[in-house]
Design a protein around this ligand. Structure first.
Ligand SMILES: NC(=O)c1ccc[n+]([C@@H]2O[C@H](COP(=O)([O-])OP(=O)(O)OC[C@H]3O[C@@H](n4cnc5c(N)ncnc54)[C@H](OP(=O)(O)O)[C@@H]3O)[C@@H](O)[C@H]2O)c1
Length: 285
């Protein structure tokens, strides 16, 4: 399907459509700032909001969604289980808190935020599988429509896929020019798992890289637009974050141009903004 707007969907393995650009909310303070940013995003056409228990802004996200006046079933909302909340019993409480914060009857997607929680590092596989049992129950009950994971590389996905009854439908990993994660993307594609890109602008570092500036100039688009378009053309779902109203709109204007194969290759080859250093096997939380 040719994507034509920010509201168009990628189709997940269970038949649920997920709007093809998500609005990231990490580091946006809860309260007025989150409400304003998410409100602007919904007004600009986004129908997919990415929050997490760890971002501590679920309350503002929920309020902005309710105040938007947009029908609940037109908005796709993701939240995530924090590392200290791994484990079946902990997950019951954590999910309850998330739903209280958001004030929703159901969540569109619930994700395991990281595969390896520091307190359970020596038994992370059992830990993930036990946590996943709670996720599967929510899916069967209909309180969650889509199950996802974040920061799972193939060696984290394999034991989960071998043990689960309901497979993860989405994996959210760090991807941006100079950090392509090709192996994880190929693995997910082969397994029918939709990939989402967190940090598509390398948390802002990308805007300083001369090569992407040059490609954007040649294309008469902005750095953010060529980057988000590059992800969409790889069938990867980007999660750009900005609190700046003009940028919120700019980051939706992706559907009236294509990148050529040569332009895609030029962006693939970009170096210069490294990665976040948040590696799933070693995160210290
Ligand atoms: N699952 C995970 O472990 C994980 C980890 C990290 C992030 N995430 C998700 O991914 C989302 C995005 O990642 P991120 O927040 O790290 O950063 P990002 O989206 O890569 O970059 C955000 C930065 O780019 C700037 N920006 C955005 N659009 C711009 C534009 N058009 N022109 C110029 N500057 C622009 C923003 O500035 P202003 O806001 O000042 O405009 C901000 O400084 C997060 O918000 C979160 O939802 C998930």
């Amino acid at each position: 399907m040719k994507l034509q707007s920010v509201k168009d969907c990628f189709m997940l393995a269970n038949g649920v459509g997920i709007p093809c650009v998500g609005f990231g909310t990490w580091k946006i303070p809860d309260g007025a700032e989150t409400e304003a940013a998410v409100g602007h995003a919904l007004a600009a056409g986004y129908r997919h909001i990415d929050t997490a228990s760890a971002y501590r802004n679920e309350t503002g996200v929920g309020r902005a969604v309710r105040e938007s006046g947009i029908e609940r079933d037109q908005i796709f909302i993701t939240s995530k289980l924090r590392n200290p909340e791994h484990g079946y019993d902990n997950a019951i409480e954590a999910f309850g808190r998330t739903m209280d914060n958001l004030k929703l009857d159901y969540l569109d997607m619930y994700m395991v935020h990281w595969p390896i929680a520091k307190p359970h590092r020596d038994r992370w596989q059992e830990d993930v599988i036990e946590t996943w049992r709670f996720f599967e129950e929510q899916y069967q009950k209909g309180t969650v429509r889509v199950l996802g994971v974040c920061n799972f590389l193939p060696h984290h996905l394999k034991p989960l896929l071998a043990a689960c009854e309901v497979r993860p439908m989405v994996d959210q990993i760090e991807i941006h020019p100079s950090f392509l994660q090709d192996e994880a993307v190929a693995f997910c594609k082969a397994e029918g798992i939709q990939v989402e890109a967190w940090g598509p602008f390398a948390n802002g570092k990308l805007f300083e890289v001369a090569d992407i500036q040059e490609i954007a100039r040649d294309k008469q688009r902005t750095v953010s637009q060529v980057t988000l378009r590059w992800l969409l053309q790889k069938d990867v779902l980007p999660l750009p974050k900005t609190t700046t109203p003009a940028r919120i709109i700019e980051n939706t204007q992706l559907f009236d141009f294509d990148l050529t194969d040569d332009e895609m290759r030029r962006i693939d080859a970009i170096q210069g903004c490294g990665n976040s250093g948040l590696f799933p096997d070693t995160v210290d939380f």
